[in-house]
Ligand binder design. Structure first.
Ligand code: HEM
Length: 117
């Protein structure tokens, strides 16, 4: 179980890299009003959703403690990100605020994951 939990957590970090990396490569274009939603953001958001839920299940099966409020907030944030990436995926260019909000919400979820105990 430990090794499976570790593998899913690694996938959770890869999803984070894909989502935030997608935002970072769009910063210059978004400043110029020419940004767009890239596939890395969509795949990253979905990866975070799936691996996050899997982590909760695995931790609970292993008898570990889950902070339900923290997880509910992370889940709500990732759902907003997912709605935004799907809503704006065909827009080229996309309104720049969409890129800023996706980036800010992703960083908010990192802060919640690391700082909220
Ligand atoms: C943009 C979305 C997300 C980001 C950036 C993110 C980020 C992170 C990070 C950086 C960690 C490692 C924390 C540590 O080991 O100290 C983590 C762990 C974890 N995440 Fe996420 N996460 C996201 C979405 C989710 C979602 C949607 C769920 C559940 C529905 C979730 C559940 C968990 C769990 C259970 C852990 C391991 C236990 C913990 O440290 O709380 N995550 N996440």
């Amino acid at each position: 179980m430990d090794i499976l939990l570790g593998i899913i957590l690694i996938l959770h970090f890869i999803g984070l890299a894909s989502l935030l990396g997608g935002v970072l490569v769009q910063v210059k274009d978004a400043i110029a009003g020419k940004g767009r939603i890239v596939a890395a953001m969509i795949h990253g958001a979905l990866t975070q959703l799936v691996t996050g839920v899997a982590l909760v299940g695995l931790i609970q099966m292993g008898g570990g403690e889950i902070n339900n409020t923290k997880i509910a907030v992370k889940l709500a944030i990732v759902l907003i990100i997912t709605v935004l990436v799907f809503l704006f995926r065909k827009k080229n260019p996309v309104v720049s605020w969409a890129i800023w909000v996706i980036g800010a919400l992703t960083i908010a979820n990192i802060a919640i994951a690391v700082l909220w105990h």
